[in-house]
Design a protein around this ligand. Structure first.
Ligand SMILES: NC(=O)c1ccc[n+]([C@@H]2O[C@H](COP(=O)([O-])OP(=O)(O)OC[C@H]3O[C@@H](n4cnc5c(N)ncnc54)[C@H](O)[C@@H]3O)[C@@H](O)[C@H]2O)c1
Length: 263
């Protein structure tokens, strides 16, 4: 039977794909026939290791080691990787974080933070999306057929998280950015959508998920009473990247165990 989620002949770039959600997206894409997966991370070891996993599944894995907050380097690395791959059809802006994983349980309140902390949150979560999208667009616009950008955002951007005020703002801004871009790029046949996540079991949030009290409180708000897994997110992103969603653009899809209905 035909695989309606096939990515045969497509080249994809995933930012922050060295672990967690991004890594699973890279593996899903490879498993669905994506010809080349460009694996970005600022940790070289992680980018190379996931690129090797992608290659083991039959796709070509290209590591792209760069910090997404560094515009000039991102322009150079993305251009180089897309040239090596011979085009670019899919971009997943996944790199992001709420804060240092070992301190997520103990972040300072907004009134004790200042421009240095704000810059860190906005850097990866907002400017990273701008930088990688800007760098990817020349190759995406020059490529043919259905093309898709998926931004990974957070329900924090919708409901607001008291301990993550600037992160919430960055993710809400990315949702708006995606809607504007969808309209700007529709004529070029490039679609733009977002997936909005609640808690997903990844190394980035492991300290939070290791706290049983925190998890118990959180699960009371989820209709499906479990934490999400990277596969739950990768399934939705695969759909939005594939031609099965070719008439869908400018939208935000929650992947959150029903949290959006409870809130
Ligand atoms: N895990 C969750 O509960 C959750 C919830 C809501 C939203 N999200 C969002 O999902 C996305 C993926 O999260 P995750 O939990 O898989 O994260 P993670 O921390 O487990 O993995 C993120 C990867 O991105 C890389 N990275 C971080 N900053 C980077 C930068 N500036 N340049 C290049 N690489 C960088 C890291 O090295 C890491 O390998 C993020 O955008 C995050 O905000 C996650």
């Amino acid at each position: 039977m035909e695989d309606i989620l096939s990515l045969k002949g497509k080249v994809a770039l995933i930012s922050g794909a060295g672990q967690g959600v991004g890594r699973q997206v890279a593996l899903h894409f490879a498993a669905h026939g994506c010809s080349t997966v460009i694996v970005n991370d600022f940790f070289e070891k992680r980018a190379r290791s996931v690129a090797d996993e992608v290659s083991a599944l039959g796709s070509k894995g290209i590591p792209a080691v760069v910090d997404v907050t560094d515009f000039d380097s991102v322009m150079k690395v993305v251009d180089g990787a897309a040239s090596e791959a011979g085009g670019l059809h899919i971009l997943v802006n996944n790199a992001g974080n709420a804060g240092p994983s070992d301190k997520l349980d103990d972040l300072p309140p907004f009134w004790e933070t200042g421009p240095d902390e704000w810059q860190r949150w906005l850097g990866t979560n907002l400017y990273g999306v701008l930088n990688v999208t800007r760098a990817a667009l020349p190759a995406m616009m020059a490529s043919q057929g259905d093309r898709s950008i998926v931004n990974v955002i957070s329900d924090a951007g919708r409901v607001g998280e008291p301990g993550l005020v600037v992160y919430s703002g960055a993710k809400a801004a990315t949702a708006g950015l995606g809607r504007g871009l969808a309209k700007a790029l529709g004529a070029h046949k490039i679609r733009v959508n977002s997936v909005s996540l609640a808690s997903i079991n990844t190394p980035g949030v492991s300290t939070m998920l290791d706290n049983p009290e925190h998890v118990k409180k959180m699960l009371r708000q989820y209709i499906i009473r479990r934490v999400g897994e990277p596969q739950d997110v990768a399934n939705m992103i695969l759909f939005l990247a594939s031609e099965a969603s070719s008439w869908i653009s400018g939208q935000t899809y929650p992947v959150n165990g029903g949290y959006s209905v409870s809130q």
